[in-house]
Design a protein around this ligand. Structure first.
Ligand SMILES: [Zn+2]
Length: 119
């Protein structure tokens, strides 16, 4: 855990702080990136996988597609849905880092998420 300057008020904050203890701004150290990528596969490739973070939808991925989101640091509940079946995973976002999540759909249309660490 490193100290960085708050993007709003300039005071020292942890790079993993969710809000600034001085001015209260969300994500004081700046945003991190989440990349959710669906592996390219012929089987079931046309079945859309809905990507939701904390219950908010961020798009539908078909085979080989990906979505990149800029997010305030913190942990998020990632839900992936395909044909009414869901899979949940926790993702951690760190300031200035990229967290990757690989999405795979098996023959039973079950979604598998493989979440990496922020890097
Ligand atoms: Zn601040």
């Amino acid at each position: 855990m490193a100290l960085v300057q708050c993007r709003e008020c300039g005071s020292n904050v942890s790079d993993s702080a969710i809000s600034c203890p001085q001015c209260g701004v969300d994500g004081p150290a700046g945003t991190g990136t989440l990349i959710v990528e669906r592996r390219k596969k012929f089987m079931g490739g046309a079945v859309g996988v809905s990507v939701q973070l904390n219950g908010v939808e961020h798009g539908v991925l078909r085979s080989g597609q990906s979505v990149a989101l800029d997010l305030a640091p913190g942990s998020y509940a990632l839900s992936l849905w395909a044909r009414g079946q869901g899979s949940e995973a926790e993702v951690v976002i760190r300031s200035g880092k990229t967290t990757k999540c690989d999405v795979d759909l098996n023959a039973m249309n079950a979604v598998k998420a493989t979440v990496g660490s922020p890097a």
